[in-house]
Design a protein around this ligand. Structure first.
Ligand code: TPP
Ligand code: MG
Length: 439
């Protein structure tokens, strides 16, 4: 009754249905037989390619379908074919081989205790390598932790990557960042942050500043599908659309956020590309394992941003083929056969087969390329190891952790620094127990 005081007791009686929530549950768990037939991957070459100046509402369907170029016949099809020459395709393949070899070796290095942490990008290489190749080398990138491919494309010295991973005395970041959280101003590569999605408003802000200054450089950011549930991502979308910022928001939908499947970020309800529509952003949904489609979509968005046409949100539909990181074991939460049954295949194999179909490549050359990549990584790893590995003392001196923030160290930090150095010397007069030399 209206004049009755509201009660804190649940109202479970009467004709009203009791309320309930939907808690997402992944389709397959360990041991389950996998069936991906519910995924509509469409046909390569069938998706229209609008002009880069197209209004977002006139390209709605592209946020729900899947832009694909490489067909089952390993040929390029349709208007999204970027028509790259064989030399460029071979360069892309080489970057793929390099990143795969790098990931393998760094993963092993973690298992051998040379570093505390590593993250692979296996199966997702096209979402960073092919896209980065479609950008200008001085476009500012704000990646997440799974875009090592961007640094490889930009020619960042591999030894710097390994020094950072080992946190050794050669590490330009002086051991202050978690392994793999690289940073390179010279390569227009913004410092990676472990705080998910913070890079998205930063990218939009940088793009806005670029426009305010009348610059011609655009910004691109990469964020995982799980991270799109963060508030930062939504602020980024709002700022991007309001100011028509020259920015590309790349959403890498690898379907997993550690052990949470994409349903927890909203994948059961709509696509991640469709998020764009609510903001009035251009939205594209792309086969993330199709290197040509990835390149073409990023190029489309870059052209649009460069011409003041506005921001684009691109969803790359892919699959995280391996564990989240060296700290993860996916066999505990997902079916082991998902990787093989995944209908969009492997980007490296697809590009290789395409080049072979063009008569521009063969298995022997592939084997030689893979070997060369493995040798390069091995040689560079040895060089980096001379600068030190985890726990062997060849790191930046302990006291340097207090440097580089303030022009002049404030008195309280000076005090803390002295105290820290003193305590370390008192506790470990002969150096650290594991052989470290201390301060
Ligand atoms: C703000 C914040 N919340 C949680 C975490 C812990 N965390 C690190 S990675 C990750 C999963 C992210 O998944 P996704 O965005 O899909 O990216 P992916 O790892 O699949 O590339 C989580 C929850 C974090 N680092 N930062
Ligand atoms: Mg993910």
């Amino acid at each position: 009754m209206a004049d009755e005081a509201p009660s804190n007791q649940p109202n479970t009686g009467g004709n009203r249905p009791s309320l309930s929530l939907h808690v997402p549950e992944p389709k397959f768990r360990p041991g389950d037989t996998v069936d991906f037939s519910h995924i509509d991957i469409g046909e390569a070459g069938k998706q229209p390619r609008p002009d880069e100046s197209c209004a977002p509402e006139d390209m709605r369907d592209l946020a729900y379908g899947l832009i694909r170029v490489l067909g089952e016949d390993d040929r390029a099809h349709g208007p999204w074919d970027p028509k790259l020459d064989p030399e460029t395709l071979r360069t892309m393949l080489k970057h793929f081989a390099t990143v795969r070899a790098f990931d393998e070796r760094m993963f092993r290095g973690q298992r051998q205790g040379k570093t505390s942490f590593y993250m692979k990008c296996t199966g997702e290489e096209a979402t960073s390598i092919s896209t980065a190749m479609a950008l200008a080398s001085d476009d500012m990138v704000f990646p997440s932790y799974r875009q090592q491919g961007v640094l490889i494309v930009r020619g960042y010295p591999m030894i710097e990557m390994i020094n950072q991973i080992y946190s050794n005395k050669g590490d330009k970041l002086k051991g202050r960042q978690l392994p793999i959280m690289y940073s390179s101003r010279e390569h227009s590569f913004f410092t990676i942050s472990g705080n998910l999605a913070t890079q998205t408003p930063q990218a939009v802000g940088w793009a806005m500043a670029s426009a305010i200054k009348g610059d011609s450089r655009i910004a691109a950011t990469w964020v995982g599908e799980g991270s799109t549930a963060e508030g930062d991502f939504h602020s980024a979308c709002t700022f991007a659309t309001v100011y028509n910022a020259p920015v590309i928001l790349n959403v890498v939908n690898n379907q997993w956020a550690i052990s949470s499947f994409s349903g927890f970020a909203g994948a059961e309800r709509t696509t991640f590309a469709a998020r764009a529509l609510g903001y009035g952003l251009a939205g594209l949904r792309v086969d993330g394992n199709d290197p040509l489609a990835c390149y073409a979509a990023e190029q489309w968005a870059a052209n649009r941003a460069r011409a003041n046409g506005g921001p684009t949100l691109i969803e790359f539909f892919t699959y995280r083929a391996e564990g989240h990181s060296t700290s993860d074991d996916p066999s505990g939460y997902r079916s082991a056969t998902e990787r093989e049954d995944w209908p969009l295949g492997d980007p490296v194999m697809r590009l290789k087969k395409h080049l072979i179909a063009l008569g521009e490549w063969d298995e022997d050359r592939q084997a030689a390329m893979d070997l060369e990549a493995a040798e390069l990584v091995k040689k560079t790893t040895k060089e980096a190891e001379a600068n030190g590995i985890l726990g062997h003392g060849l790191h930046h001196p302990f006291r340097t952790m207090f440097e580089d923030v303030f022009e002049e160290l404030p008195w309280h930090l000076k005090e803390q620094a002295e105290q820290a150095v003193h305590e370390r010397k008192t506790k470990f007069p002969d150096g650290l127990p594991n052989g470290g030399k201390g301060a």
